[in-house]
Design a protein around this ligand. Structure first.
Ligand code: GLU
Length: 417
């Protein structure tokens, strides 16, 4: 899918940075520096396929900024991956780590491939070769990858193993989101979804909304499914859920437990008997209180924003709302919790995993969850305070906070990093 001009995420994040620079009176030398990635690496990944042929994939690793600490960010596998997308997502990671005040810069990686059409063996060969190609720029003190779309703890294990083979000893700190058996953290796989729920609870408290708990979740992967399951357990009515191949809707609320069973059996949420089948487009426009986009970027656009009926949008995905849509939502009075705050739970627990690994001292899941709640709640109220004081949206406030933090570190350190 080619994105239209104006829907290019790189243009979006640049526009957001430019507007923030103006708002906070950012020095032009810092602004100019932040408009560029520190390093963009493009690699070819030749892979022997199961049928004996060779495919050459293209992969990227982009480090946007390392002024506040090592670069940090996930790796995604998707046919839509482009350098511009990865550059944008790397910049968003810089802001995300700054908003929640964890000592990292921002990075992102990706390989343009279709993981759904590849066997586990092909994916392993692809991952190991991609790792060899980006090996000079990653490392526990340099740049620490993690899972993102269509990558998981097994992918991280292959990266960690390939990196360790090169070094001649085990280096668990080179990635986060690892399996527990090789140094992963309790609570990491659920962390992004859990963080989304914590920010939503803070939002409801702030808006004094006790009634009205009808929720729509677009995306039922690592983030959306966790958020839906946690909210269902809390008594929220999940009236609609969408996935790549379609969406399901039940005005009385879906039984998420039974939906999970159906998905496990059939491989998809569609054709769930206790719900109506609808399109993802219809899903976003349903009447609900809370909308959680947890899929890809550019889902809420100028074409559908005016038809969004939710009072609250919690951005579990990265970049789901285009700037034009954002303006429309603002005019409609929708409370939008921006991606760099709402979905920061994943990288927060990645940070915990890295810290636990460095100390070789591991925490209980309860401890991880409590610390996650603490950090993301602190960040939420800091952003809220700025938004109320400066009369800006939560996104503008989060950007002001993040860019100011990176700018402060840049002033202290200077041009070099
Ligand atoms: N891919 C996740 C994100 O976009 C997690 C990144 C990480 O843990 O480094 O925030």
């Amino acid at each position: 899918m080619q994105l239209n001009k104006g829907e290019n995420l790189w243009e979006t994040v640049l526009q957001q940075l430019d507007e923030t620079a103006k708002r906070i009176n950012l020095e032009s030398w810092i602004h100019k520096k932040l408009r560029k990635s520190k390093r963009e690496l493009t690699v070819s990944i030749p892979v022997k396929m199961d049928n004996g042929s060779v495919e050459v994939f293209t992969g990227y690793r982009v480090q946007h900024n390392i002024t506040r600490g090592p670069a940090k960010g996930g790796i995604r596998y998707s046919p839509e991956v482009t350098l511009d997308e990865i550059k944008a997502l790397a910049m968003l990671m810089t802001w995300k780590c700054a908003v929640v005040n964890i000592p990292y810069g921002g990075a992102k990686g990706g390989v343009a491939c279709n993981p759904f059409k590849m066997s586990a063996e092909e994916l392993e060969r692809l991952t190991r070769r991609y790792t060899s190609e980006i090996l000079p720029v990653i490392g526990p003190e340099k740049d620490i990858p993690a899972p993102d779309i269509s990558t998981d703890s097994q992918t991280m294990a292959w990266i960690m193993d390939t990196y360790s083979i090169d070094k001649g000893y085990s280096v668990p700190g080179v990635v986060t989101g690892k399996p527990i058996a090789i140094g992963g953290s309790e609570g990491r796989s659920e962390a992004t979804g859990r963080g989304v729920v914590y920010t939503l609870l803070n939002t409801l408290k702030h808006l004094n909304l006790i009634e009205g708990k009808k929720v729509i979740v677009q995306g039922y992967g690592k983030v959306g499914s966790v958020a839906a399951n946690l909210l269902f357990k809390e008594g929220y009515r999940i009236i609609g859920v969408g996935e790549i191949d379609g969406a399901v809707y039940n005005a009385d609320g879906l039984d998420i437990g039974r939906l999970n069973k159906h998905r496990k059996k059939s491989g998809s949420i569609v054709k769930f008997k206790e719900a109506d089948s609808i399109t993802n487009k219809e899903l976003l426009q349903l009447k609900c209180d809370i909308l959680i986009p947890a899929a890809l970027e550019n889902q809420i656009t100028k074409d559908n924003a005016s038809r969004i009926k939710a009072k609250i949008v919690v951005e579990a995905a990265n970049g789901p709302t285009t700037p034009k849509a954002d303006k429309i939502l603002k005019e409609k009075g929708v409370f939008v919790v921006p991606d760099i705050l709402a979905n920061a739970g994943g990288v927060i627990v990645s940070y915990f995993e890295w810290v636990q690994g460095l100390q070789s001292y591991f925490w209980s899941e309860r401890e991880v969850n409590l610390k996650l709640r603490d950090i993301i709640t602190k960040a939420f109220y800091k952003v809220l305070e700025i938004s109320l004081k400066k009369k800006t949206s939560m996104r503008e406030a989060a950007y002001s906070l993040a860019v100011n933090k990176v700018a402060e570190a840049t002033r202290i350190r200077g041009l070099y990093p």
